[in-house]
Design a protein around this ligand. Structure first.
Ligand SMILES: Cc1cc2nc3c(=O)[nH]c(=O)nc-3n(C[C@H](O)[C@H](O)[C@H](O)COP(=O)(O)OP(=O)(O)OC[C@H]3O[C@@H](n4cnc5c(N)ncnc54)[C@H](O)[C@@H]3O)c2cc1C
Ligand SMILES: *[C@@H]1O[C@H](CO)[C@@H](O)[C@H](O)[C@H]1NC(C)=O
Ligand SMILES: *[C@@H]1O[C@H](CO)[C@@H](O)[C@H](O)[C@H]1NC(C)=O
Length: 435
């Protein structure tokens, strides 16, 4: 083993981005990957998570077909990624549509987050996922020509490349960009996941994902895999207000179903029946941060993926798919400088090769996710500006119809972008050769 050169990649985090990256590179005979995860166990946690055609296609490409299975991925057969209903009349005011042609198995799907994470875990070697390992720092070990990664328990490991896939509050990101800590957007989600039997008595229970909009809040309802159902209520306040409710709320803590019932007491009989039947709820204050200037950090050996790279706070339910596409693009960029061959490689990529791979990755993803972030922050500002304003029914309907068409996010083609970045590089190299 010792004389077989290998490229060692250390991934911080075993969430969707971290696991998908490990899967995307696992067949390379000379790449050595470990995930280091802060949690002491990967237990069932989280509520519902959506994947659009972008993430579904990428999972399919990576051979993660078990995640596309009907048993865990709930698709709406109408083919509409989202249906928007009126809070009082329950009528459909607007729908999202897929723009390109989308195969049935790639239709927007809703998962219980734990099911998706479990499906990914089935593809990784459990001995390479190290639990109770919280990232502390990364530095250069000049003599070894490697990175030295330390954990808060005092242990350490070396790496050629460090990928921070440690979520929205990423310690890896903050160790390079101290100002990138996310802040509360004033939006709080009340997420509940429970067996559908709690609500199956409701006569007109929607059998598709619906987003119901009222003047001051929304309610999201969907079936999930394995006969689960999710309800996501919401509260928007001005985060700068001294008396903003939930100002000090902690992410993923017990909520009060009576608050939810009170929020929706004037809504349609369907909504009231659903919130009356919700057995429990958890509180998730939403946070977000602005785009960082560069994804190529630590002298060209450190980068980020998933929420760590773009802390957009779950807007457009895009986080899962963006993380999966980041993982694909990171892996494609590494494979570009270090192709998987059956014979043992004679040398591992040089420092210059590694920096080139990380720049390719950044070029493939950053422009797109920066645009997502700009759109999210613009939307957040509008939501805060509306707090306390009275909206007529006409204005509500107009707002529902003029919302952002999110198909550019959900149908983004990461592979096409990667190929065009590569083609652009090729052209540049040709031009330089001619000079
Ligand atoms: C427990 C949990 C529940 C969630 N629930 C929902 C949900 O219900 N709906 C939804 O839309 N999104 C949810 N999200 C967010 C969603 O998973 C992400 O937006 C998206 O999937 C992108 O994934 P990610 O891998 O970038 O981040 P994440 O899924 O957040 O994964 C990051 C991983 O890194 C680990 N980590 C964090 N800090 C460190 C550190 N210092 N050292 C080592 N490891 C670290 C975390 O424990 C986590 O496992 C949840 C995230 C988590 C962690
Ligand atoms: C999806 O939407 C269509 C049209 O609204 C509906 O008829 C169908 O039953 C829905 N549910 C499922 C499970 O596809
Ligand atoms: C890294 O860990 C080893 C033990 O495995 C220890 O000897 C060494 O001092 C540690 N290095 C640093 C910089 O913490």
């Amino acid at each position: 083993m010792a004389d077989t050169p290998s490229l060692r990649i250390v991934i911080i985090g075993a969430g969707i981005a971290g696991l998908t990256t490990a899967i995307a590179l696992k067949h390379h005979p000379a790449i050595d990957i470990d995930n280091y995860e802060r949690a002491s166990e990967l237990r069932e946690i989280g509520a519902s998570i959506a994947l659009g055609p972008n993430g579904m296609r990428t999972l399919d490409k990576l051979g993660i077909q078990n995640a596309l299975d009907e048993s865990i991925a709930f698709r709406n057969e109408s083919g509409h990624p989202m249906i928007y209903r009126h809070y009082k009349t329950n009528e459909v005011v607007s729908t999202d549509s897929h723009r390109g042609s989308v195969e049935y198995r790639h239709l927007t799907s809703r998962f219980y987050r734990a099911h998706l994470q479990q499906a990914l875990l089935e593809h990784v070697d459990p001995s390479r996922v190290h639990l109770s390992k919280a990232f502390h720092s990364v530095s250069r070990d000049v003599t070894a020509g490697k990175l030295l990664v330390t954990f808060t328990d005092g242990t350490n490991t070396t790496a050629d490349i460090l990928l921070g896939a440690d979520g929205i509050h990423s310690a890896v990101r903050r160790s390079f960009v101290a100002t990138s800590a996310p802040t509360w957007t004033g939006w709080v989600a009340f997420r509940s996941v429970f067996p559908i039997s709690h609500v199956s008595h409701i006569a007109d229970l929607p059998d598709e994902a619906v987003h119901i909009w009222g003047p001051d809040r929304t309610l999201f309802l969907s079936r999930l895999g394995k006969d689960l159902f999710t309800v996501v209520g919401s509260s928007q306040t001005d985060p700068a207000a001294a008396d903003a409710p939930y100002k000090d709320a902690v992410w993923d803590t017990d909520g009060d179903v009576n608050v939810l019932r009170e929020y929706y007491q004037d809504w349609s009989p369907l909504v009231r029946a659903v919130v009356d039947a919700v057995p429990h709820t958890r509180v998730y204050p939403n946070t977000a941060a602005h785009a960082i200037d560069s994804w190529v950090l630590g002298d060209g050996r450190v980068t980020l993926a998933g929420d760590a790279a773009h802390a957009h706070g779950g807007a457009f339910a895009a986080g899962g798919s963006l993380a999966i596409d980041d993982a694909w693009a990171f892996a494609a960029s590494i494979l570009e400088v270090f192709p998987a061959t059956t014979t043992a490689p004679s040398r591992i990529p040089s420092e210059t090769d590694i920096a080139r791979a990380l720049r390719l990755y950044e070029k493939t993803r950053k422009e797109h996710t920066d645009r997502v972030l700009r759109t999210v922050h613009q939307g957040n500002r509008k939501k805060v500006a509306r707090v306390g304003k009275v909206e007529t029914d006409e204005e509500l309907r107009a707002r529902m119809k003029s919302r952002e068409d999110p198909s550019w996010i959900h149908e983004h083609d990461v592979e096409a972008t990667f190929l065009s970045v590569l083609a652009g590089e090729g052209k540049r190299a040709e031009e330089q050769a001619r000079l």
